[in-house]
Design a protein around this ligand. Structure first.
Ligand SMILES: [Zn+2]
Ligand SMILES: [Zn+2]
Length: 236
């Protein structure tokens, strides 16, 4: 197991266990990786020819263009775009004498360009290793099992991915134990949300006006991050 991933994974799970307001530990890890890539691409890496070659080829997703714009580094961003635009121009084939063929090729090439993102791909490569590391830690480090059980929740996209990585890495019996432990955590989270949402929805009905629902006021805000994850943008 690579130490380079063990430390941040352990840290994220420790902080999540200590502070229930931190949400899904994997969302936090993703956010750390993403911030690192944003810093690099608008700073030290921006002028490196091999990096520029990759940003030219891949471009960025709407989310990451938005996050780069928010940082206000307009010169680096304009230079990145300046050399990315010709890549798009070359994927946009001239109709020439076979316009149908050119149109088909453009459709393929532009689809590929619009679906790739330099930041997502770089962050994802490390993130995949972090999920693998979390599954290894669960298997080998009893302390990590406690940390895992003490998380506020795992968002569903990361929970399902954690399950699938663990299933691929663990022997059947160990995976069964792992599943029992994480199921306990996640099903309790869902039960709490269901209760909050039920009481929140009921609060609109005058017949239940006297029932207590103060802790359910943020039922919607509490539920959606568990379903979709959160990009923790407020941290910036
Ligand atoms: Zn998550
Ligand atoms: Zn992206």
């Amino acid at each position: 197991m690579e130490q380079i991933y063990t430390i941040p994974v352990n840290e994220a799970f420790e902080k999540g266990a200590e502070n229930q307001g931190r949400g899904c530990p994997f969302c936090r890890l993703w956010r750390t990786l993403e911030l690192h890539e944003l810093d690099l691409i608008l700073g030290a890496s921006m002028m490196e020819p091999d990096v520029r070659k990759k940003t030219n080829e891949k471009g960025f997703c709407p989310d990451h263009y938005g996050k780069m714009m928010k940082r206000g580094k307009r010169l680096p961003l304009s230079l990145i775009l300046q050399s990315h635009l010709p890549e798009i121009d070359s994927a946009l084939k001239k109709p020439g004498i076979a316009p149908a063929l050119a149109g088909g090729e453009s459709s393929k090439g532009l689809k590929k360009l619009s679906e790739s993102c330099y930041i997502c791909e770089r962050a994802e490569a490390n993130f995949a290793k972090m999920i693998e590391t979390a599954a290894i830690l669960w298997e080998t480090d009893p302390d990590f099992r406690y940390k895992c059980a003490a998380q506020p929740y795992f968002c569903l996209p990361h929970f399902s991915r954690f399950l699938s990585v663990a299933k691929g890495q663990m022997k059947g019996k160990t995976f069964g134990e792992f599943y029992k432990a994480v199921y306990k955590k996640e099903s309790a989270v869902l039960d709490t949300l269901q209760d909050k949402i039920d009481r929140f929805a009921k609060s609109f009905d005058y017949r239940y006006a006297k029932e207590p629902w103060d802790d359910a006021k943020k039922a919607i805000e509490d539920t959606i991050p568990v379903l979709c994850g959160t990009d923790c943008s407020d941290d910036e």
